[in-house]
Design a protein around this ligand. Sequence first.
Ligand SMILES: C[S@@+](CC[C@H](N)C(=O)[O-])C[C@H]1O[C@@H](n2cnc3c(N)ncnc32)[C@H](O)[C@@H]1O
Length: 379
Amino acid sequence: MSKLSPKTGPFDVNTKIIPQTEGIKYAGSKKKLIPQILTLAKKSGAKTVLDGFSGSTRVSQAFASSEYNVISSDKAIWSEVFGQCYLKAKKPKAYYEELIAHLNALPGRDGWFSEHYGGFAHNDHKNIQQKMPWQIHNTRKLDSIREEIDNLQISFNDKCVAITSLILAMDRVDSTIGHFSSYLREWSPRSYNNMTMKLPKIIEGTGNHSVIRGDIFDTIKNEDVDLAYFDPPYGSNNEKMPPSRVRYSSYYHVWTTICLNDKPNLFGKVNRRQDSRDNADPSVFEEYRKNPEGHFIAVEAIKRLITEASARYIMLSYSSGGRATAEELYEVMNDAGELVEVIEVDHKENVMASMVWTNDWLRDAQKPNREFIFLLKKR
Ligand SMILES: C[S@@+](CC[C@H](N)C(=O)[O-])C[C@H]1O[C@@H](n2cnc3c(N)ncnc32)[C@H](O)[C@@H]1O
């Protein structure tokens, strides 16, 4: 059985094709790998691309800027909102500027978000001991702006532009380590700043894009594309890791609430939404257990993804820290088609290398997790 191994040389990135993208802090965001993703995608000759786990939408934005027709899809509502904003907003810039200026000018006031997520910086207040993701002057702005967005008679797409701008503004003044399952003990320096909404960098161009919110297995049933890019949650191969380690709905529960503005029931120390509990709305890709046949559920899901996707080419991002071993991935790719290229990303040395599929992706406890991007031509 062959595995991954010796580097065949550096991976040549076409630096002429690096577009600007924008987004929140997001676990597993491929912001830094966009040049490599675009260079690999170009080799497929694709015109239509499915970004099947679009998350922050940075990759979707990069594809859209590069003249592909993009289908941006994820199960998370914030991803749909970002996708609508960056890929589908078509009104003149001046319209959105006026909308954002109106929202920025609103005075802050106490409301649901301040009650649950706003804290005080001075020790003369009862809330001083409680860790919170934002200082109260910013949640007060959030409260008045989010309410006004619902009061305005604007289209769904315009709302998505306003909510994206609002989420990015709140992301710039948070006091977290990048997600909302714990908050910093001391206020971060940026949390003292005043949140200010800015015009999102909406993608210009003539591409025909669509945005879907839903489970990937429903999306691939209905979409036929030249290239499908899959960046699923990696799960973890650490047996001791609890199932909640990277669960997107629990990491970013507050973004869900800002999108929905539904004042949900909350639980726990960090005031998570009830529907972000570990046993609610699970993703098979985040599953760490085996099925009754003794196979990892997350690995079976990746196999199913590659087999069922209706695409000439598939690009898969995966980490050596994930559930699937090299052998398992090799087997499924070999069954599904021909592996055109694999690149390994070494974040520490900041290098990318092309690889040949020979013998060696094993879990090496000494080595940090390595990330790979596979380009597969389907049979
Ligand atoms: C590694 S992140 C993707 C990051 C993205 N490529 C970026 O650059 O921001 C994985 C994404 O998979 C989504 N996800 C998890 N399970 C899913 C499923 N069954 N169907 C669709 N999306 C899913 C999560 O919401 C999350 O946004």
